[in-house]
Design a protein around this ligand. Structure first.
Ligand code: C5P
Length: 218
């Protein structure tokens, strides 16, 4: 049994993709598998935390002992995050939230038209930035950044711009890691510190990330 370094703590984690409807039968989404977020939930529970897992549409089983809240769209994930974050000591945004949604969702199936059609998209709210900006009951807020270049610079930029306490960055140009893979390699950034975690299974990395967070909030 692992040292229960998160005993008495509540952790809320977003995981997986979001699904943005275009009409009753179509949607926009991405390839996020949810594996990293689900591994974090499992690790947090193994370290003694109470865990809320806000999951986009993924087919993964719920890690034992975790409370799962299923959502589809970014708007639903946002609402759920704002409900659970103020009761949490730690909030981790691991979901690959769609940046945009359809400006209007057609109530009937969109019919085939000419050779080109135009979709108008509207920006989704930044879920983790709104959690980090909570005026009261703000949890320790941890983001993820998937980058294909300038990883350190972009990750540190997101840490500051979103008002996060910590960000976990990975280079998704390396196809051995990241989306859909069972493995990952992460660099953890704080404002004045960084830790490199070499390539390993998402389960092992998740445990290291949760232990690093526990150390920081002690
Ligand atoms: O800006 P970018 O999408 O790269 O930032 C990634 C981080 O921000 C992740 O922690 C992700 O879960 C979070 N995010 C969010 N809401 C959005 C977009 C990203 O919470 N609309």
């Amino acid at each position: 049994p692992l040292p229960q370094v998160l005993a008495g703590k509540t952790v809320t984690i977003t995981a997986g993709p979001t699904r943005e409807a275009l009409d009753p039968v179509r949607f926009i989404t991405n390839h996020s598998s949810g594996k990293m977020g689900f591994s974090l939930a499992e690790a947090a529970h193994a370290l003694g935390a109470k865990v809320n897992l806000i999951a986009g549409p993924v087919s993964l089983p719920t890690p034992g002992g975790c409370k799962r809240i299923n959502v589809e769209s970014a708007a639903q994930m946002h609402q759920s995050a704002l409900e659970y974050a103020p009761q949490s000591d730690i909030f981790i945004g691991c979901a690959a939230v769609a940046d945009y949604r359809a400006a209007s969702v057609a109530s009937q199936k969109i019919k085939k038209q000419g050779d080109e059609i135009t979709l108008t998209l509207t920006k989704n709210p930044d879920i983790i930035a709104s959690v980090a900006a909570l005026p009261t009951s703000r949890p320790y807020t941890v983001g993820f950044a998937a980058e294909t270049q300038n990883v350190a610079q972009y990750a540190q930029g997101k840490l500051i711009n979103k008002g996060l306490d910590m960000i976990c960055a990975n280079d998704v140009s390396n196809s051995n890691v990241g989306f859909n893979s069972d493995n990952n390699a992460l660099t953890l950034y704080w404002k004045k510190e960084r830790i490199e975690l070499p390539q390993s299974s998402k389960k092992e990395l998740a445990l290291t990330v949760m232990q690093a967070i526990a150390e920081k909030i002690k």
